[in-house]
Design a protein around this ligand. Structure first.
Ligand SMILES: Cc1cc2nc3c(=O)[nH]c(=O)nc-3n(C[C@H](O)[C@H](O)[C@H](O)COP(=O)(O)OP(=O)(O)OC[C@H]3O[C@@H](n4cnc5c(N)ncnc54)[C@H](O)[C@@H]3O)c2cc1C
Length: 374
């Protein structure tokens, strides 16, 4: 069996790793001109299911490295005012395993065949079986199965399920990161908590590595090269609905909404890495329309994009990757027909994927003042 995976995000790479480990040929096609072409390094919290899924997709010899580059989430779960006084508590704990997306992505990329500058533009299902994918700047590729792991704007979904389209929640947020130095020791209570300002929320999360990732790879898995990054604080300011930055940079726009805030909070934003500060929109994709199982399927944000405030998008994408991997191994072994295997995956994925989107939307109003509950 040959599988074409479109999109080198966490879900697509985890699937390709899992297939490679089972001896199934998988090529990854990525739209970006290079693997590190843009900022991809925010901190993620994985739940036990998501973490186990990615672990199961990776070769066992890398498990000690994986365990070394993550940390347990210890969330404050408080609501603080802009002077860092406690004014409430966040409902529902958000504990789990913290991982840097860029570091995890590098681990997942190791040993894979990834074709960059390969934006999918369409595909044809072939009469004799299989599917041919077309790309903007490269030759078409033929495979038994095409997996669209190409994120919220998925081009694969555009052909497979054109009526499934993203919904813009209107919520915008600025995300960035700042090296974690002793200067910010006083902020530790705020990590995992929400700072409620006038119409905005600021969320902070610390990323502390047990061992710096590059060093950990050198010691535990010399065939893996991980980025040379140190501890940092990830911050995200959620703006009022349809908020815009005006003419300001992302960083200045955040500071302009922090008049009178605690000086350490302001310093945190002032010292952020400007290249890693960016404005993002919260768009969701709700899986609804079903299609007959065939040689094309979807995974991750491409079919169930959640609001990041749900903290479950990567978890769900990794769960998909592991589930699809298991089904395809059954098909490869001749124990199941390929399309039946894909159909079984889709049935299960649609159910938990829809639930993940709903749950993320329910949590959005707690972080985005002015947004009505869905
Ligand atoms: C700030 C932030 C914080 C988050 N925090 C968490 C968290 O704590 N926990 C959690 O579980 N989730 C979190 N999420 C969500 C999580 O990051 C995503 O749900 C997850 O990364 C989705 O993975 P994916 O592989 O489906 O898609 P993506 O990671 O979006 O990857 C899609 C890939 O496809 C490529 N692509 C797009 N179009 C094409 C094309 N036409 N041809 C070829 N390639 C294409 C893109 O360039 C990209 O590399 C967060 C998201 C954000 C933005």
């Amino acid at each position: 069996m040959r599988v074409s995976v479109v999109g080198a995000g966490l879900g697509g790479l985890a699937l390709a790793q899992g297939l490679r480990g089972a001896g199934i040929e998988a090529d990854v096609f990525e739209r970006d001109p290079g693997i590190v072409a843009r900022f991809q390094g925010y901190r993620l919290v994985l739940d036990p299911t998501g973490f186990q899924a990615v672990r199961d997709c990776l070769p066992t010899r890398w498990h000690p490295l994986l365990d070394e580059i993550v940390m347990d989430a210890s969330a404050g779960q408080l609501v603080l005012d802009p002077r860092l006084n406690e004014i409430g508590r966040l409902g529902g704990g958000r504990t789990g395993i913290v991982v840097d997306r860029q570091v995890l992505r590098h681990l997942l990329l190791t040993g894979l065949t990834v074709h960059t500058d390969a934006a999918l533009t369409g595909y044809e299902v072939l009469a004799g079986g299989g599917v041919r994918a077309r790309f903007a700047r490269r030759e078409p590729a033929t495979a038994d199965l095409l997996v669209g792991a190409d994120g919220v704007t998925s081009a694969v979904r555009g052909v497979l399920s054109p009526r499934t389209v993203p919904t813009d929640t209107g919520v915008r947020f600025v995300i960035g990161r700042t090296p974690l130095t002793d200067e910010f020791a006083g902020l530790s209570r705020a990590y995992g908590s929400k700072i409620a300002g006038d119409g905005v929320s600021l969320l902070l999360g610390a990323m502390r590595f047990r061992t710096p990732p590059k060093q950990a790879a050198e010691q535990l898995a010399p065939d893996v090269t991980l980025p040379d990054i140190g501890d940092y604080v990830r911050w995200a300011m959620i703006l009022p609905p349809n908020g815009s930055l005006g003419n300001l940079s992302a960083q200045d726009a955040v500071l302009s909404r922090m008049e009178g805030w605690h000086p350490e909070l302001r310093a945190l934003i002032e010292q952020a890495d400007p290249d890693n500060s960016t404005l993002l929109s919260i768009r969701v994709v709700e899986p609804g329309e079903r299609w007959a199982p065939g040689p094309v399927t979807l995974l991750g944000d491409a079919i169930h994009a959640t609001s990041p405030t749900g903290g479950n998008g990567a978890n769900t994408a990794l769960r998909d990757a592991d589930l699809l991997r298991r089904r395809l191994i059954e098909a490869e072994a001749g124990r199941q027909d390929l399309f039946d295997a894909v159909g079984d995956y889709e049935r299960e994925m649609f159910a938990y994927g829809a639930q993940a989107v709903r749950s993320s939307l329910e949590k959005l109003p707690a972080f985005a003042p002015g947004v009505k509950p869905s």
